[in-house]
Design a protein around this ligand. Structure first.
Ligand code: NAI
Length: 342
């Protein structure tokens, strides 16, 4: 989980030991939308990972300079740039993890669903290329609205005959990162120890932090639960408003996405006990997709963790029921979008 803390010393270690034989994990990661507000800092953080041997950066514009710049960092991975649809296939061949932050971000007054019309098409065309060129890769969808873009990706992969539900992830890590930060601040806890599972989806009331399941165990007043839940749900909007038209969360998002990439790579590398929250195909509720903690392994989702949903507080149980109609509608909107174009 502690990407920055853990990766820098490992890189330095491997450089010191460069004349000894030391098997290095060597995964290839592609970022689609790599020249954007999220894409650039995310690419930088992935460049710091000792688990990555190749970093493929794709965008429709401005990616050459980003790659040239990053390629000067003396960390193991080789950085390659790819511009425009004609270079997309080559970008994707042989990659283990594809991260997709391509698309437009929110401006003040917009909901994530307002991005649907533009981003749905972008995600659809990018995932078609992933299906054709990297059908076994883990796919991390960041582009909003995640509640719809993940079902879109699933439908595209099904049409292409390569859908593996264990390898398709909606990135909700930022909700967990925010929940951990806000709870640690509020309760004066050591930040690194705090872990709050966040379930449901990734928009407004569909984001449901399970504060009663916070580790280490901590008690909240009813007022604290209400205030923290609403703050976590609206944290994205807090950033959109502060940026006043210049976009949405990019730096904290890149940090969160890099953590999810690092966890995926550790799982691919055979590490055990790798857990993250993610929006995945799920049987935890009656909804076909649902965010919860999942255990990651070499083949993707090893297990969807149901324990967090047991013994919910009354507040959480009510909020869970309240989010279902909105999440269901967003999922169905994504599915219908692909069916209409089939
Ligand atoms: P941005 O506008 O700064 O960057 C987007 C990049 O995507 C640009 O470089 C653009 O050229 C590129 N792009 C557009 N169409 C493309 C295509 N067809 N193929 C490849 N690249 C393409 O936006 P930013 O701030 O990086 O946000 C990206 C997305 O991430 C937005 O949809 C935003 O809503 C979402 N987001 C998701 C979060 C989450 O928690 N899952 C949190 C924050 C943002």
């Amino acid at each position: 989980a502690a990407l920055l803390a853990s990766s820098i010393p490992k890189v330095q270690q491997s450089q010191r030991a460069s004349n000894q034989f030391q098997p290095q994990a060597s995964f290839k990661v592609a970022v689609l939308g790599a020249a954007g507000g999220i894409g650039q800092p995310l690419a930088l953080l992935i460049k710091m990972s000792p688990l990555v041997s190749a970093l493929h950066l794709y965008d429709i514009a401005n990616v050459k300079g980003v790659a040239a710049d990053l390629s000067h960092c003396n960390t193991p991975s080789q950085v390659l740039d790819f511009t425009g649809p004609l270079e997309l296939a080559n970008c994707l061949k042989g990659v283990d993890v594809v991260v997709i932050p391509a698309g437009v971000p929110r401006k003040p007054g917009m909901t994530r669903d307002d991005l649907f019309n533009i981003n749905a098409n972008i995600v659809k065309s990018l995932v078609e290329a992933v299906a054709d060129n990297a059908p076994n890769a883990f796919i991390h969808i960041i582009s909003n609205p995640v509640n719809s873009t993940v079902p879109i990706a699933a439908e595209v992969l099904k049409q292409k005959g390569v859908y593996d539900p264990k390898k398709l992830f909606g990135v909700t890590t930022l909700d967990v990162v925010r929940a951990n930060t806000f709870v640690a601040q509020q309760k004066n806890l050591k930040l690194v120890d705090v872990d709050v599972p966040v379930i449901g989806g990734h928009a407004g009331i569909t984001i449901l932090p399970l504060l009663s399941k916070t580790r280490p165990s901590v008690t909240f007043t009813d007022e604290e639960v209400e205030q923290l839940t609403v703050r976590i749900q609206n944290a994205g909007t807090e950033v959109v408003e502060a940026k006043a038209g210049a976009g949405s969360a990019t730096l904290s998002m890149a940090y969160a996405a890099a953590r999810f990439v690092e966890s995926s790579l550790r799982a691919l590398d055979g590490d055990g006990e790798v857990y993250e929250c993610s929006f995945v195909q799920s049987e935890l509720t009656e909804l076909p997709f649902f965010a919860s903690r999942v255990e990651l392994g070499k083949k993707g989702v090893e297990a969807v963790i149901s324990a967090d949903l047991h013994r919910l507080t009354e507040y959480e149980a009510k909020a869970l029921e309240a989010l279902k109609p909105e999440l269901k509608a967003s999922i169905e909107k994504g599915v219908a979008f692909v069916e209409k174009r089939a």
